[in-house]
Design a protein around this ligand. Structure first.
Ligand SMILES: Cc1cc2nc3c(=O)[nH]c(=O)nc-3n(C[C@H](O)[C@H](O)[C@H](O)COP(=O)(O)O)c2cc1C
Length: 199
């Protein structure tokens, strides 16, 4: 009886500390506003509402930022197809790594860490912050900045198409992010992007 009780407590505890990955809905890869309308409406909006984004919207934004649109090729270009970026997502519930192959968010840190995602107040209330991280063992030049700019622009255009508030940022405490995500010295955060519903 005591063994059974011990096992029950052990498994309950194990479950409670197991990662809570999020399976995303299949991203919508067509539709939206005409491209030129979205370009025309692209802008930085820095006062998002603190209401959550639905998972479909999040999945669409992630795919537009760094999903695959061909076998082993992403929606954004990279030098020699090195795919040197990783995309982390800071939600109220935790910090996740976007796994575009499985279309999942892999939990890396539990809890609300939005204050580490940037330095400005609007970052702390937004439901979604992206963090673009470069793997310097793959790319040491300016290539990662170009890949990141392409991803960020895609997110801006999807935001314009869906009527969301969005702003790209380099205002980030890189050391705090590295510590939170336990990044080694080959990985560096290069930009953030804040997305939310418009007020
Ligand atoms: C490389 C880069 C870094 C930026 N960093 C920040 C930032 O740290 N914080 C912020 O609020 N906006 C940041 N922005 C957004 C700019 O403030 C914004 O793009 C600019 O004011 C022009 O406005 P628009 O995007 O609406 O055209 C950044 C934009 C770029 C391209």
């Amino acid at each position: 009886m005591r063994t059974l009780l011990t096992l029950t407590i052990f498994f309950s505890f194990s479950l409670s500390i197991m990662a809570q990955d999020i399976t995303l809905p299949v991203p919508q890869r067509s539709g939206g506003k005409p491209l030129f309308d979205a370009i025309n409406e692209r802008q930085s909006i820095k006062d998002p509402a603190n209401t959550p984004l639905d998972l479909q919207t999040l999945s669409d934004l992630l795919w537009a930022a760094y999903g695959f649109n061909r076998e082993d090729r992403r929606v954004v270009p990279s030098p020699l197809n090195k795919q040197e970026l990783s995309l982390y997502v800071v939600l109220k519930e935790g910090v996740y790594l976007y796994d575009a192959k499985t279309n999942k968010l892999l939990e890396k840190v539990k809890g609300d860490h939005r204050t580490v995602a940037g330095k400005q107040d609007y970052v702390f209330v937004a439901p979604v912050n992206f963090l673009y991280v470069v793997d310097k063992s793959k790319e040491t030049g300016t290539g990662a900045y170009i890949s990141c700019g392409c991803a960020a622009q895609d997110v801006y255009l999807v935001s314009a198409s869906k009527g969301l508030a969005c702003a790209v940022r380099t205002g980030i405490d890189k050391d705090a992010v590295s510590k939170l995500l336990k990044l080694d010295d080959q990985h560096e955060v290069i930009a953030g992007q804040t997305i939310g519903n418009k007020k």
